[in-house]
Design a protein around this ligand. Sequence first.
Ligand code: UD1
Length: 419
Amino acid sequence: MDKFRIIGGTPLSGSVAVSGAKNSALPCLAAALLTPDTVTLHNVPYVRDLITMRRLLEDLGCTVLVPALRTHQINAGTVDACEAPYELVKTMRASVLVLGPLVARFGEARVSLPGGCAIGQRPIDLHLKALEQMGAQIELQNGVVHARADRLQGADIEFEMVTVGGTENLLMAATLAKGRTRLINAACEPEISDLADLLNKMGANIEGAGTSIITIEGVNALGGTSHTIIPDRIETGTLIVAAAITCGELEITHCNANHLTAVIEKLRAVGVEIEQVNESTLHVKGKSHLRAADVATEVYPGFPTDMQAQYLTLMTQAEGEAVIDETIFENRFMHVSELQRLGANLRVHGHQCRSHGPTPLTGAKLIASDLRASASLVLAGLAAQGETWIDRVYHIDRGYEKIEEKLRSVGANIERIKG
Ligand code: UD1
């Protein structure tokens, strides 16, 4: 297993480009199942989860060509299977995103239940309940969900809680349903709007994406198109924190600041200088004196749970007490015990973590536990004095494109040790 070796204490400086959004590219690849024509996607990040999704589509019988780095051409004209096997679903929960498109186009899908994951239970009951409301018959046998429907019927679906994946699955399913579907209490994340843009280019009739009520008029068939994936807002936020925590100065390009308003507001409030240079570029300057401030994770447009670990790490370097309230996932503080090993003063009570800072961090051996937690350990390593080793960096490879190369290009002392 690969490891990172980081020698901290160097302020980052220079220009770094953000990749395409993993969480947008995943549903967009799944959406290609909705048509026999070719869908071309640009700006697909070169990360492990996208390789897994490509493998899943190929398993189902799709042809996936990569004519240029970060461009995927998917043709689902030859799909001959309808099953997402456990081997793939267990490594990547987002495999369940093929459920909606398969039932909608082929009338049948078998998807292994994802089960629990490191950051919590994460069931898919809301996806299944909503598909049932659209007329699908759902059976669960031997850990596999079997969904069937002659043709899905439009329905008014009110989600009990906001679910990003559930909204995406149902949005895709409803495009080929008979009649009108309304998704109420839908997720508003930019990745939902990006998926809806792609689907509309394929011939779908969707209005209201990006708000909590999405209306979809079902059509008989969708066609091919090409589409460019939006920038990754979580990678952008992670790079802002990298500049801040090293007291460095970074120009972050190929990003969309409008997608991370809550993050930028919070980071400015604690003392990070962030300026918008143009539509796709931010200039960030870290300050040696930061003020601690509380945060609670929320659904979009609130502060994202995927930035909680990085923000918490920054708070270890801020003056005073900060209460970090995780409201989306029940077990998302696994980075805390690792940060404590570097010297951070953190205490977890239920879904809250209190940080008292600033505390000097000193290098240690750490183990990455999940995607965003591992990003926070890299940030901590950049700020720590001495040498930090991070084991199991395959977690970070799931969602960050060549993070060590990007950080090295702006002065970080980080290397990958192949294992
Ligand atoms: C997506 C993102 C993930 C992000 C999360 C929240 C992708 C590939 N992943 O995950 O990075 O952290 O949104 O912003 O886009 N829930 C249920 N029943 C369901 C569905 C969800 O109880 O049927 C619960 C989950 O356990 C969780 C909460 O709802 O506590 C939010 O989950 P959801 O928005 O569905 O997250 P994902 O789509 O899995």
